[in-house]
Design a protein around this ligand. Structure first.
Ligand SMILES: [Zn+2]
Length: 286
């Protein structure tokens, strides 16, 4: 880009005044080019989020890591084509932290004429809000509806939203661990009274958080879930079950162990019957 800009400045090193003018033109052109590029596109150039050289979390599901729009661009449930198995936690106690230990004041679903795409948890302004799972902050700024909003994308592909915060403690690109403070509870945006509005989305599509989390026990319902499409929404189905392969085991012994046909094991694990199973491999049997 800069090489082309040099074309406008033939006697760059001779004349200081001209040099100055050229520099100004260069800056102007750079500003123009930067503003001409759609801001969201600018934030989604290959290579991941700003400051990151490698892949962003869950890049197998997402085409970009857009730090400027709160929702991932989506075709609604049309972008969700087949059932998807997600691991939520290896260790339920370490890998999931309840965002805020408060009373649920509003559930997911229809609320008057609008949809309520999250769950509201009662809190006081200034209470610490924790991120549920580890992941990378994709969005952390003010939004007219959500107020101060943090969106974190998790390695399994889920995104969690923490809205109406009074203060943001993270910024886009930060990598957070389950339990890290993402901000303080508040009453910003379209909100009547301090509360945490918490959402879970997959590919931008809202999922009822109560299908994933037991809000009474404040724990995960499953360590592994299967997401499926039903009409215009995503449902969370039977928890998947896995077997860790021990020395001497093969697909046939695992089939006998769980009373699951070899063909079914192969289908669940996208493998052939003659494919060797290796020690420590996780084989899904349900
Ligand atoms: Zn809400």
């Amino acid at each position: 880009m800069l090489h082309n800009i040099g074309y406008f400045c033939p006697s760059f090193d001779k004349d200081d005044a001209l040099n100055n003018m050229c520099m100004k033109i260069n800056v102007l052109i750079i500003v123009l080019l930067t503003t001409l590029i759609e801001p969201s596109l600018y934030a989604t150039l290959p290579g991941g989020p700003p400051g990151e050289g490698g892949e962003f979390p869950a890049s197998r599901f997402y085409a970009n890591f857009d730090t400027t729009a709160c929702h991932y661009w989506t075709l609604g449930t049309n972008s969700f084509v087949s059932e998807t198995s997600l691991n939520l936690a290896w260790n339920v106690n370490c890998d999931y932290i309840h965002p805020f230990n408060g009373r649920v004041t509003s559930k997911f679903g229809k609320r008057r004429r609008r949809m309520h795409y999250g769950i509201d948890i009662d809190l006081e302004t200034g209470d610490k809000v924790q991120v549920a799972f580890e992941g990378m902050v994709r969005y952390a700024k003010y939004n007219d509806s959500y107020g101060n909003l943090v969106v974190v994308r998790h390695p399994n592909g889920l995104e969690t939203y923490y809205a109406h915060l009074s203060a943001l403690h993270v910024q886009a690109g930060d990598y957070v661990q389950a339990g890290d403070i993402v901000g303080l509870g508040g009453n910003t945006g379209r909100s009547y009274g301090a509360h945490l509005h918490f959402e879970i989305r997959f590919l931008g599509i809202p999922i009822d958080p109560a299908l994933v989390i037991d809000f009474d026990k404040m724990t995960l319902r499953y360590t592994d879930v299967i997401l499926n499409k039903r009409k215009d929404r995503i449902i969370v189905e039977n928890a998947a079950r896995y077997h860790q392969v021990l020395p001497g085991e093969d697909i046939y012994s695992i089939s006998r162990l769980y009373q699951v046909q070899v063909g079914e094991l192969c289908r669940l694990n996208h493998m052939q019957p003659d494919e060797p199973v290796l020690v420590d491999m996780r084989i899904r049997y349900q």
